[in-house]
Design a protein around this ligand. Structure first.
Ligand code: LMR
Length: 329
């Protein structure tokens, strides 16, 4: 048996090589910022259930939702330093440490859910995982949330010129900042769990988010207009602290991977349905004015935002951008 000190326990944990298990329950703290009734919230719970089942109660995943443990943007640093074992931050939050992850933030990067899945499961997904390792993080899965929609208090957002002078809440992503700059709008970075107050107090006029986040955090109560623009994609890298992962016995690694594979297959389908259902809820419960972007308006936005691809080629890397372009064909 080998003893070692994982970052989160003060007593040595003894690994029994024969049974490949620990002599006591191992706890993985999984922190995230969204509500429980969301694609990520439900995926985290399902993952916890499957890990318990597959490891025969040897590993317990403790899920902390709503940013109660760490809010954006602190969770990524907390993971890197082993203060928490698992997180599933949105791509933009990862990009602060690994700028290439902004490839997913490119405007209209994905034109369908199928393209999103292709990126997650193909070379783009693999390349982005690799870039995490030098930051002491391991990428284990991709969970989608959905396409982002624009909201505002100041007026309907139909044409690029409608954004002029308005201030939008953004995630810490240079690509997203550039997107609003292309539209002559101003930006302010606000952590997710402060966004409601940001809209209410007028610090931000508007924002972009998925239906699921707009619904579960009730942004529709403090925003008057929403354009169903699907102009960007919000999803998550499911990450573990690398030191922690490297010290896990192979059997547990396999069981955790199997739990994640099963979770991700389900979660990526469930996310699409949840966003559809929650849009209906918003329509029924609120007075927010909803505009569905037409194809000619979409063409207008795409043209205005197109320069961002070449502006960010150096930061993101040509190969990743070329692969995204391929998916758009
Ligand atoms: C946001 O801050 O808008 C999102 O990253 C929240 C999330 O994790 O879905």
């Amino acid at each position: 048996a080998i003893g070692f000190y994982p970052a989160f326990v003060s007593a040595p944990v003894v690994i029994d090589d024969e049974q490949t298990g620990f002599d006591k329950e191992l706890v993985i703290k999984f922190s995230h910022v969204v509500a429980e009734n969301t694609p990520k919230g439900l995926a985290a719970q399902e993952f916890a259930r499957l890990v318990k089942e597959k490891t025969n109660n040897q590993v317990k995943v403790e899920v902390f939702p709503n940013g109660v443990l760490y809010n954006e943007p602190d969770e990524v640093e907390a993971l890197m330093h082993g203060k928490v074992q698992m997180i599933a931050p949105s791509f933009s939050n990862i990009s602060e440490q690994v700028p290439a992850w902004q490839v997913f933030d490119l405007p209209y990067a994905f034109l369908s859910n199928e393209a999103v899945q292709e990126a997650f499961n193909g070379e783009i997904g693999r390349m982005l995982y690799q870039k995490l390792e030098s930051k002491n993080m391991v990428g284990l899965a991709y969970w989608g949330n959905g396409f982002k929609q624009m909201t505002s208090n100041r007026g309907p957002l139909i044409h690029p010129s409608d954004f002029k002078g308005q201030r939008f809440r953004i995630l810490p992503s240079q690509v997203i900042e550039a997107q609003f700059r292309q539209f002559d709008a101003k930006t302010t970075a606000i952590p997710f769990n402060d966004v409601y107050r940001g809209f209410e107090s007028g610090i931000a006029d508007g924002g972009e988010n998925t239906i699921s986040n707009i619904y579960t955090k009730r942004f529709y109560q403090v925003q008057k207009f929403m354009t169903l623009s699907n102009h960007g994609y919000l999803g998550y890298g499911v990450l573990m602290n690398k030191d922690y992962w490297d010290h896990l016995p192979d059997v547990l690694k396999q069981q955790i991977r199997a739990a994640l594979e099963e979770t991700s297959r389900w979660a990526n389908q469930n996310a699409v349905q949840m966003n559809e259902q929650q849009l209906e809820e918003i329509r029924q419960r609120s007075t927010i004015q909803i505009h569905v972007q037409t194809s000619s308006e979409r063409a207008e936005w795409m043209e205005a935002l197109n320069p961002i691809y070449s502006q960010f080629q150096r930061i993101i890397g040509k190969e990743l951008i070329d692969r995204i372009r391929e998916l758009q064909k």
